[in-house]
Every structure is written in C-alpha cells, then in structure tokens.
Design a binder for this molecule. Structure first.
Ligand SMILES: [Fe+2]
Ligand SMILES: [Fe+2]
Length: 143
C-alpha cells in the first residue's frame, strides 16, 4: 500500500472516530447536568471507544508503518511506533480503571475527557505528519 492510500484509509477512520468523540462529548454534557442514565451510557461508551481506538492502532501499525518504511526507510516510522506504544500504555491504564463495573461514573467521565483530548491531538498531529510526509513522496509515487 502506498503512503497516500494508507493516508486515505486513516483519514476515513479518523472521521469515524471524530463521530464517536462527538457522541461521547454529548454524553459527558448530559452526565454533567446530572441525567441518571448518562452514567451507565458513559461506561458503555468508554469501553466501546477504547476498543475502537485499539483497533485503529492495529490498522495504523499494519498499513501506515510499512508504507512509511517502504517509502522513506526504517527510521521514518519511529515516531508513529513510539506514539503508539505510549498510547497503548495509556489505554491499558484507562481500561484497567474501567475494568470493574463499580468504577464511579465521575471517574470514568474524567478519564474519558482526558482520553478524548489525547485522541483529538493524536489525530491532528498524525494528519499533519502524513501531509508533510506526502510532500516528500516523489510525484511518480503519489497516486
Ligand atoms: Fe496513530
Ligand atoms: Fe490515527
């Protein structure tokens, strides 16, 4: 897969993830207003989002890392590999906190806010990096 094809697939996933983020932000507002059912929904959404993000990391490792390495050499994928290791560690920590059904909703809401911030800045940073990288791909490799 070319870097451009990998970029297009990743952008589609980012759009999906941004949809999920918007839903969860809405839920967080309802939780902050004290709506009782929002707490249960937050718990479920947090689990779904974490699982979805892990799948996203797997996809990026599968398509983005090798296409960067093919186009620019082994070290070119190092920032992505490093970021993903950090993100997996943070996700493991968050999922551990979520693990028990007894986790208080306020804790989950807090964790989710932190995670949404991480996710948003990761996607923006990755998209910036991908555009910069694509600028360096010779034009015959740009289709
Ligand atoms: Fe990533
Ligand atoms: Fe990503």
């Amino acid at each position: 897969m070319s870097v451009r094809e990998a970029r297009d697939e990743i952008l589609r996933e980012h759009a999906d993830l941004r949809g999920l983020i918007a839903e969860i932000e809405d839920l967080l507002e309802r939780f902050a207003r004290g709506e009782p059912e929002a707490a249960t929904m937050l718990h479920a959404s947090a689990g779904a989002l974490y699982t979805r993000f892990i799948a996203h990391l797997v996809l990026e490792d599968r398509i983005l890392v090798p296409s960067l390495q093919d186009a620019f050499g082994p070290e070119s994928a190092e920032p992505v590999v490093r970021d993903h290791a950090e993100q997996r560690a943070f996700l493991g920590y968050l999922m551990g906190r979520l693990g028990s059904n007894a986790s208080p909703a306020a804790l989950i809401a807090n964790d989710l806010r932190q995670f949404l911030t991480l996710l948003g800045s990761d996607m923006a940073e990755e998209e910036r990096m991908l555009e910069e990288t694509l600028d360096r791909v010779p034009s015959r490799g740009r289709s």
